[in-house]
Design a binder for this molecule. Structure first.
Ligand SMILES: Nc1ncnc2c1ncn2[C@@H]1O[C@H](COP(=O)(O)OP(=O)(O)OP(=O)(O)O)[C@@H](O)[C@H]1O
Ligand SMILES: [Zn+2]
Length: 722
């Protein structure tokens, strides 16, 4: 929708989406079928046979029954006239049975006259000889029309023959079941009942283990939890060396490795080992990978399931899945159980938001608590769980003896990214050494999680392959990063000339404002190629990874973010909806400064972190304070906008020049800006990420610790535009 700049939150959101899609998955080692021991092996033939027995066999049986049903085909259809002339008149009719008020079945008896076969088209045969009991099979039938007219016609005919009403042909009425029709009538019901029966049976048997592919869930998998089990002897085992950039987390989790490798020793010493740990961190930071590596290092089986997999549409499935999961884990203990996205079931009880509580989820959670309390430490099952919202978890889950440890896995810092890039670059065919790229790419990708990095490497390979290159080059990586940040290019999106012009001036406004603001991050590149679902263009900055931000920095950032709107107003004279995203960011950022970071003298040294409490926002301050905050925020933003407009007015020509250049070239890099705007008037004391990207960098061993401290996310988290 809008010319926009990329914040960390957008990176997170978009990259997560793409990660769940194609990208990373193809790089992730897939669990092959060898990883399942015989019990868990997914046997195609067996599975098909089972389904066959459960569903197809009964249907087939019914079909067979149908086929063997007595058919009326041996009888001959005749008209009433024929019946009258050739059967009734010669006195051959023994009796008539009218079935279902529609078909008259004529049972004939033998008579001397019948043997003469005086007629050719209806073939009179006799089923029995005179003196014997009534024939048991009907030989002819005709449709009667309505019962009344049939009776009338029959009576008339017999009257005409001068028969004594006492010897009229006896007629009986029966209602017979038409098996086929009946079957068709009840088939849908039978099918549903059958399905429920099958589902019920599966539920009883609890978990069954998903196949190597894991996917392809169908209605048949109700009651089937997607537990992935990785065996001790799996070829695709993961080790600590495969997880880069989270050394502290690895150290903390080592304790479990020691225990799982030698549970006896701990037992003898009477040591109490923690039962579980919570791996806390943003999506894609490698929580699952680390848990898997812990299993790999300890040489124990790894059972993993996603929290959302416990929940199904059927009540009662969740708790039984939990039970079965732990049963399975105990059977192969020592082992590791990993529950991904535990917040799906572990949300605090009795706080269901609008939906008003969720019994199924709560009973699943209760069952989990029961299971965790139930096994002693000696049972050798370690439960790890991943979440990025530890704050919403039920406190009961965090009590001693349950998930009493929290291991933080943050997004990697520049060195971490370097190491992760090294892992994935090793698998690619590059035109230069992996170390050449890993450092530069790490500098280009602040805010990226491990999964995003894996995604970038995969995308780069795809882009290179598509352009028929034998090797992957820096251009491919840059394109891949753009794609991970912004989604696919939409070159053929229809944009009017005027719109394109507006976008170009807007982006140029951001770029020029950032260039002349001392504390703003210098621009890396700016583009007006539409990408993804929303952005019509964006300006990309390489943010510093500083732990602290000053008021001045935040003010300049605000101005830079307002640069787009200011350029629209000053140079085009019309404002558009394109700045909505920017304004939203500015609002959040300013509220944070006023109400959270206490930058405002009027509000004073008070901090009101905003917490989401289900759906309501609780405001721990009076309405008077609220109005002071609101007024302050308004004034601050107005002040920043005023400064930005002044800045854009001062550099009006340059904004126009950059915009025209953008319209021509679509993408501008920092070098292009230097050509138009001259060198940036401010020189930062330390090299920026951009400098690092340009020159590569060497981190001395002794500097590493300093870099690590940069790792933590910025105090403003997602509200800082990057
Ligand atoms: N630190 C890392 N080192 C190497 N690869 C990583 C790292 N972090 C993530 N990855 C890559 O990203 C993929 C996804 O990571 P993983 O599933 O472990 O993340 P997660 O934190 O469990 O995410 P989610 O919360 O979405 O489940 C991994 O399979 C791996 O390919
Ligand atoms: Zn903008």
């Amino acid at each position: 929708m809008s010319p926009t700049r990329i914040t960390r939150s957008t990176i997170q959101r978009r990259s997560r989406r793409s990660r769940k899609g194609t990208g990373v998955t193809s790089l992730t080692p897939k669990v092959s079928s060898e990883d399942y021991n015989s019990k868990f092996k997914w046997n195609f033939k067996e599975d098909v046979m089972k389904k066959f027995q459960e569903l197809l066999a009964p249907l087939l049986f019914l079909g067979l029954m149908l086929a063997t049903l007595p058919k009326g085909s041996s009888a001959q259809e005749i008209s009433f006239q024929e019946f009258k002339n050739k059967l009734l008149e010669p006195g051959l009719v023994d009796h008539i049975v009218v079935s279902n008020k529609s078909v008259a079945k004529v049972y004939v008896r033998s008579s001397p006259s019948s043997n003469q076969g005086q007629d050719s088209d209806i073939h009179i045969t006799t089923s029995h000889l005179p003196g014997r009991e009534s024939p048991s099979k009907y030989k002819y039938y005709f449709n009667i029309g309505s019962v009344d007219s049939f009776e009338e016609k029959l009576e008339e005919a017999q009257e005409a023959l001068g028969r004594d009403p006492r010897v009229y042909v006896p007629v009986t009425y029966t209602s017979e079941i038409n098996w086929f029709q009946e079957l068709m009538r009840y088939a849908p019901t039978a099918l549903i009942v059958g399905l429920i029966y099958v589902a019920g049976k599966r539920m009883k048997s609890g978990i069954s283990i998903g196949g190597p592919g894991g996917g392809g869930r169908s209605i048949f998998s109700i009651g089937k939890a997607q537990v992935t089990k990785m065996d001790k002897n799996s070829k695709n085992k993961v080790f600590f060396k495969d997880v880069a950039g989270c050394d502290e987390a690895k150290q903390e989790i080592m304790e479990f490795v020691h225990f799982l490798k030698n549970p006896k020793k701990y037992e003898e010493l009477g040591a109490k080992i923690p039962k579980g740990a919570l791996l806390v961190g943003p999506p894609g930071t490698g929580k699952t990978l680390l848990a898997k590596a812990t299993a790999g290092e300890s040489d124990v089986p790894f059972l993993s399931i996603s929290g959302s997999d416990f929940m199904e549409m059927f009540v009662g499935v969740g708790p039984s899945r939990v039970r079965n999961l732990f049963q399975e884990a105990r059977k192969c203990a020592p082992s590791i159980v990993f529950i991904d996205e535990i917040d799906a079931i572990g949300r605090a009880r009795g706080r269901g938001g609008f939906s008003g509580g969720n019994d199924e989820r709560e009973s699943t959670l209760n069952q989990l608590l029961v299971e965790m309390d139930g096994f002693g430490t000696t049972s050798g099952v370690v439960v790890l769980a991943g979440t990025n919202r530890p704050d919403i978890l039920d406190k009961a889950l965090l009590r001693p003896g349950r998930f009493d440890r929290q291991i933080a896995i943050d997004k990697p810092d520049i060195n971490g990214r370097d190491q992760i890039f090294r892992i994935y670059l090793k698998k690619l065919k590059l035109d230069k050494e992996p170390s050449f790229y890993s450092q530069r790419l790490a500098a280009l990708t602040p805010g990226f999680a491990g999964a995003d990095i894996a995604n970038v490497c995969n995308e780069a390979a795809l882009i290179a392959a598509r352009s028929e290159n034998a090797q992957i080059t820096i251009q491919h990586f840059e394109a891949a990063i753009d794609r991970v940040i912004g989604g696919l290019e939409k070159k053929n999106k229809v944009i009017s000339k005027l719109e394109r012009r507006t976008v170009a001036y807007h982006e140029s406004g951001h770029a020029v404002a950032g260039w002349f603001l001392e504390h703003a991050e210098p621009l890396l590149k700016v583009t007006i190629v539409p990408r993804g679902t929303a952005a019509l263009g964006f300006a990309q900055y390489v943010p510093s990874e500083n732990l602290l931000m000053t008021k001045e920095q935040l003010f300049d950032m605000t101005c830079m973010t307002l640069g787009g709107r200011a350029a629209e107003e000053v140079l085009i004279g019309k404002i558009s909806t394109g700045a909505q995203n920017d304004l939203e960011k500015v609002t959040k950022m300013t509220y944070a400064q006023v109400a959270v970071y206490s930058f405002s003298e009027k509000v004073g040294l008070l901090s009101f972190p905003q917490r989401e409490d289900g759906f309501e926002m609780t405001k721990p301050y009076s309405s008077q304070t609220a109005s002071i905050i609101d007024t302050e925020v308004r004034e601050w933003v107005a002040k920043a906008y005023e400064k930005t407009v002044d800045l854009i007015k001062t550099h009006k020509e340059q904004v126009a020049q950059i915009a025209e250049l953008l319209l021509e070239k679509e993408v501008l890099h920092q070098d292009d800006l230097v050509r138009v705007l001259g060198e940036r008037p401010f020189k930062s004391a330390e090299p920026t990420n951009y400098d690092r990207f340009k020159q590569g960098f060497q981190v001395e061993e002794s500097d590493k610790s300093a870099e690590v401290s940069d790792a933590s996310p910025s105090p403003l988290g997602n509200v800082v535009p990057t």
